[in-house]
Write a protein that binds this ligand. Structure first.
Ligand SMILES: CC(C)(COP(=O)(O)OP(=O)(O)OC[C@H]1O[C@@H](n2cnc3c(N)ncnc32)[C@H](O)[C@@H]1OP(=O)(O)O)[C@@H](O)C(=O)NCCC(=O)NCCS
Length: 199
């Protein structure tokens, strides 16, 4: 569904445009579209949360909105929308860590009907760019269950390096799970960008 410009949420200072997407802060009114994927057991299979109740989804949005007001800001939950439709189809989170906070952890989730179209690689690549170019971070890391091939392919497509395999380090939804760890440094990101421009 395409929503007219007048009905779109106001662009916020940290919104990011990619070829197809607009990444922006979350708002109260987003809870219905966020709940569509956050209540889907298949989407939540590898997550340490969910499937969410309506209340849990609303609480998540409230937390994200509170974090967006923090100064300095340590947590970014970018809602993913198509550029011509304001409906939220997924999200990418970027949480700053360290003293001073010059590193970050990235996480992401997408509604099932949108899988397999390169959307998350496009969104995560843009958020990594935001982390290095706007926030001047030194290092960004991410992790996933080794069985979650789509997730580690996203990290690899965004230029992240596999740097570790942890055995049964997380107890999620009744069983011990392994973790694959990935990261990328600012200089690796810059090299990758220069390589792309040279082509
Ligand atoms: C992981 C997730 C975000 C991927 O989003 P997406 O937009 O479908 O990802 P992309 O299309 O950008 O890329 C996915 C890559 O994985 C590959 N892939 C997808 N499913 C796969 C599977 N079952 N086996 C092997 N590869 C798979 C795709 O082919 C693609 O790689 P390619 O372009 O080299 O072919 C999405 O599946 C999702 O939201 N899953 C549920 C939540 C989740 O697991 N989040 C991550 C937690 S760490």
């Amino acid at each position: 569904m395409t929503i007219s410009r007048e009905k779109r949420s106001k662009p916020d200072a940290n919104s990011i445009k990619t070829d197809r997407l607009l990444l922006r802060d979350l708002h109260d009114a987003d809870w219905v579209s966020v709940h569509e994927y956050s209540s889907d057991p298949k989407v939540c299979e590898f997550m340490d949360w969910g499937p969410n109740s309506a209340r849990e989804t609303k609480e998540f949005i409230k937390r994200a909105m509170r974090a967006a007001k923090d100064k300095p800001r340590f947590a970014y939950d970018f809602a993913i929308t198509w550029q011509d439709a304001d409906r939220v189809i997924g999200a990418v989170s970027l949480v700053l860590v360290g003293f001073p906070p010059n590193q970050a952890m990235i996480g992401y989730v997408l509604g099932r009907q949108h899988w397999g179209q390169g959307i998350m690689s496009e969104a995560v690549g843009a958020v990594i760019g935001f982390g290095f170019e706007t926030l001047k971070l030194h290092r960004i890391s991410a992790s996933c269950d080794p069985k979650n091939m789509a997730s580690f392919r996203v990290m690899e497509k965004c230029g992240m390096r596999r740097e570790g395999y942890f055995v049964e380090d997380k107890y999620i939804k009744g069983r011990w799970r392994d973790t694959l760890a990935y990261s990328i440094l600012a200089r690796e990101w810059n090299d990758r960008q220069s390589g792309r421009q040279a082509k």
